[in-house]
Write a protein that binds this ligand. Sequence first.
Ligand SMILES: [Zn+2]
Ligand SMILES: [Zn+2]
Length: 149
Amino acid sequence: MDIPKELRESGLKATFPRLRVLQLFQDGKNKHLSADDVYRLLREEDIDLGLATVYRVLMQFATAGILIRRQFDSVASVFELNEGGHHDHLVCTNCGKMEEFLDSSIEERQEEVARTRGFTLMEHSLSLYGTCAACIDIVAARQKKIRRG
Ligand SMILES: [Zn+2]
Ligand SMILES: [Zn+2]
């Protein structure tokens, strides 16, 4: 993605903080970032952008179609680069980790479910909630404790 060009075309000035925010989405190991995450990452680089400003910038990008805003249950809304293709998400309800997946048989079944009910599908978002591999022991230990009371 040519960031300065994308910004120009969406009528947003390519200010340094804006460029840096988009670079975080491009370079980061985490594709899905909340306003809090972005705020924290900028602070680590001594870029002093207030949380409200970070949120406003992210929403500007979302409106311009450069970022997609996602709302999952029980986690703050996150943003990711709009790379054009479709994908669904797995969300860890313990740590918030997100993974993307695309399963052609699920995609086809969804189309079919809609079609047999007379719906023409325009879009869908599928989010699967659970516990990620790194959290499974922590969550199991916590549940054991709750059961013991
Ligand atoms: Zn987790
Ligand atoms: Zn995603």
